[in-house]
Design a protein around this ligand. Sequence first.
Ligand SMILES: [Zn+2]
Length: 81
Amino acid sequence: MDARHKKRLESPPTRALSESQERAVQDMYNANIMQLGDSKFQCFLCGKLFKGFEFVAKHILNRHPEKVTQAKEEVRRPTFT
Ligand SMILES: [Zn+2]
């Protein structure tokens, strides 16, 4: 028998965002960032143009933080319709 396998995994370190929240935020970015060209990305929320996906992501975080919050909230509470 191998004693090493007995060791259970520690609980994951507490992070600001859970894995599913991070995924939800990514999905929100993907839904609101339009790629128009090789280095042309547009914020779907206000129409502003950027040179890279990460710039729009940063812009959304600063200018449309409610979208980020909304994405996280939707994960936290189960949706019943
Ligand atoms: Zn915008």
